[in-house]
Design a protein around this ligand. Structure first.
Ligand SMILES: CC(C)(COP(=O)(O)OP(=O)(O)OC[C@H]1O[C@@H](n2cnc3c(N)ncnc32)[C@H](O)[C@@H]1OP(=O)(O)O)[C@@H](O)C(=O)NCCC(=O)NCCS
Length: 434
């Protein structure tokens, strides 16, 4: 459990100074002030091209902001000077790393810049400010989920946790998996939110890449949020094993295809603690009467679904970037995870922002435990940008892939040793947006 509270970190002075030079005011905002809270949330909604939130949505949506470090940029020259022209917030969450330990991750969210103020360096000031704030608080890692894959590499973030989307033609796919002996029960929406929170908190600890969620995140999946236009379509079930313990939860919506009495089932969230729970919940979705298409987002790359059906060509799996990580403290981050093979290499890490720069000797014992210390420049085995090292960190993107793309300067034998050491079991996953 983390001991860091991002809210203890004051407004970041370098970004404040840089934006002040451009006539803008950058500072933390206080969500205890009702009108500040409202305009901040409205600015976030506008920034993400959302609608104008209702009073009910604002009141409901406020809770997660209250536990976060909310920063805004104001333009005193604007006729609506109290309305932020940019927003970002952050909090410290436990990130599960290969081997099962957790490290403090500075989670960054709601990065928005008003369309009137875009492309004049505000986002850069926000992101660099967050990274400096995180480093000053002692967080070894920063992370985010992104609207576009082209924005964050320049700040040292790497696409470390790819996920997949499934589209299943249920009639073609059929079912060839087991029929687990436990029971499936329908649940009401509030109960689904409870179940998701409980099961996810157990499951996230067994997967590198996962972070802890929060109550309104689970309510969001479960159709409790007043701003969810699909909320009335949300249904859900849970899976209990033979002893009666809850091992999995499936939340979904159903939509009819134009008066045909054929339905699409969209999986909002499937969390399962055991192979039986995974199979039982997938079976429930794929074998559902009147359903001929099942879609699901944010599934792990090693989801067994294609191996549970009779015809895997009925399952289309599309891989895309999702979780992005940014190493800030090389020694703390690398020594916290376990590696899959022994290693003794010197890495030269290049970091345009300076946090991780340097030559580091990474030694991994037979046990997978790593020690990391500064090294001498004479012995460098591999040169690597911090965004690439961050991509490799969770063990889900292969060294062979990035070496093949020319992103790691190392001889093939060094790349092969790095490849074996960095791979993780199970592959990393991140099944929420944050
Ligand atoms: C993305 C966004 C925050 C960028 O803000 P901005 O203030 O215009 O960005 P900056 O002027 O600071 O640009 C910083 C760098 O990012 C680049 N950049 C900005 N937006 C980009 C985008 N959408 N795609 C790729 N690169 C982008 C700039 O070219 C600049 O590059 P450089 O510094 O290497 O020359 C803003 O366009 C926005 O609010 N978009 C809608 C909400 C959103 O998608 N937020 C991201 C959530 S994850």
């Amino acid at each position: 459990m983390t001991t860091l509270d991002a809210r203890d970190v004051p407004t970041e002075p370098i970004s404040a100074e840089r934006l002040a030079a451009a006539g803008l005011e950058y500072r933390l905002v206080d969500f205890a002030d009702e009108s500040v809270a409202k305009t901040y949330q409205r600015a976030v909604s506008r920034g993400f091209l959302g609608g104008e939130p209702t009073a009910e949505a604002l009141a409901y949506g406020k809770t997660p902001f209250e536990t976060r470090r909310n920063t805004a940029v104001f333009d005193p020259a604007s006729p609506t000077a109290e309305f932020p022209v940019a927003t970002v917030n952050s909090w410290v969450a436990p990130l599960t790393v290969p081997g099962g330990s957790e490290i403090d991750m500075w989670s960054i969210s709601v990065v928005t810049v008003a369309a009137t103020h875009r492309r004049r360096g505000i986002a850069r000031a926000l992101l660099e400010g967050e990274l400096r704030a995180a480093a000053s608080a002692g967080a070894p890692m920063a992370g985010l989920t992104v609207s576009e894959a082209t924005i964050y590499g320049r700040y040292g973030f790497g696409s470390a946790i790819p996920m997949s989307r499934f589209e299943v033609d249920t009639r073609r796919a059929g079912w060839a998996g087991p029929s687990p002996a436990g029971r499936i029960q329908y649940r009401e929406r509030e109960e689904l939110a409870d179940d998701l929170g409980v099961v996810h908190d157990r499951v996230r600890r067994t997967r590198p890449g996962q972070v802890s969620g929060w109550r309104t995140r689970w309510e969001g999946f479960a159709g409790v949020s007043p701003s969810d236009s699909e909320r009335d379509k949300v249904r859900g079930v849970r899976y209990l094993d033979e002893s009666g313990a809850v091992r999995g939860v499936l939340v979904y919506t159903l939509g009819e295809k134009g008066g045909t009495f054929r339905f699409g089932l969209h999986v909002r969230m499937l969390v399962a603690e055991t192979p039986d729970a995974t199979a039982a919940l997938w079976r429930f979705a794929l074998q559902h009467d009147l359903v001929d298409e099942v879609t699901a987002e944010l599934r792990p790359l090693d989801d067994p679904l294609p191996w549970l059906v009779a015809d895997p060509r009925g399952v289309v799996q599309t891989v895309h970037d999702h979780g992005w990580l940014r190493i800030l403290d090389v020694a703390a981050a690398l020594s916290a995870r376990r590696f899959s093979a022994p290693l003794d290499v010197v890495l030269r890490i290049e970091d345009a922002l300076g946090f991780a720069s340097g030559d580091w000797r990474l030694r991994v014992a037979e046990s997978g435990v790593a020690t990391v210390e500064p090294a001498s420049a004479a012995e460098v085995d591999a040169t690597i940008d911090v965004a690439v090292l961050s991509t490799l960190y969770a063990g889900g993107v292969r060294v062979s892939t990035l070496h093949g793309a020319g992103l790691i300067a190392a001889d093939a034998d060094v790349a092969e040793r790095l490849d074996r050491a960095f791979a993780s079991f199970p592959v990393p996953a991140l099944d929420i947006w944050y």
